[in-house]
Design a binder for this molecule. Structure first.
Ligand SMILES: C[S@@+](CC[C@H](N)C(=O)[O-])C[C@H]1O[C@@H](n2cnc3c(N)ncnc32)[C@H](O)[C@@H]1O
Length: 204
């Protein structure tokens, strides 16, 4: 296991995330994960939701690591990563089923630039089915304010890594989602000052 890419935060947060998304995706048949990272979330969630296809994706540099996790912890409903950069066309033709009725992403919107976040939502507007569910996990600000000192410190650290990265305002995320026909169903508080935002696509 030591050669697998490893994120301690994924291990810490996967049970809490699963408890929420199992409900959100209870009717879904195919969930596309954007920015699968190490692949740890995917192997955990696919096992818990055997009724759906869990389709991993990320930029190609992450694929070897994701594939290593899929090999170590296979599930019949788990699919190897597609190359998906939100600034490019989404690889829709490579999906197993024609309909995406669930999209999951964790800890990505604060890594992406603002322009990339906008592209992410445009892609969802185009490809998520009507009544599809969108679940976004990560830290968010409210009215431009941090929700904790640890998030403030994290944001400073993000800026040092890349000055386009930043914790996003939840109001802006909701605005982008609304423009694509999605409504916020629930803003779930999560451990360690994170949130899980559950949206549903209510109009095209
Ligand atoms: C901090 S990692 C999170 C990985 C994983 N979801 C997790 O929770 O551990 C950020 C992820 O965002 C992805 N990402 C950044 N920019 C992206 C883009 N333009 N398109 C798609 N994914 C992107 C990275 O490739 C990476 O997988």
């Amino acid at each position: 296991m030591s050669s697998l890419p490893y994120s301690q935060s994924c291990e810490n947060n996967k049970a809490a995330i699963a408890a929420v998304i199992e409900q959100c995706f209870s009717q879904a048949s195919q969930v596309l994960e954007v920015g699968s990272g190490t692949g740890q979330h995917a192997v955990h969630f696919a096992k818990l939701m055997p009724h759906l296809i869990w389709q991993t994706s990320d930029q190609s540099i992450y694929h070897d690591g994701i594939n290593a996790w899929l090999l170590a912890e296979p599930s019949i409903n788990l699919r190897p990563p597609l190359t998906l950069d939100v600034t490019q066309a989404w690889p829709i033709s490579q999906l197993e089923k024609p309909v995406i009725d669930g999209i999951f992403t964790a800890n990505t919107l604060h890594i992406m630039s603002k322009a990339m976040v906008e592209e992410f939502f445009k892609g969802i507007g185009e490809h998520l089915a009507l009544h599809g569910q969108l679940c976004i996990y990560g830290p968010f600000n409210y009215n431009g304010q941090y929700t904790s000192d640890s998030n403030r410190n994290f944001d400073l650290w993000l800026y040092e890594q890349n000055n386009q990265s930043a914790i996003r305002d939840i109001e802006w995320i909701i605005e982008l989602a609304n423009k694509q026909g999605m409504e916020l169903i629930t803003d779930h508080p999560m451990p360690a000052n994170n949130r899980l935002l559950h949206f549903e696509k209510l109009s095209k």
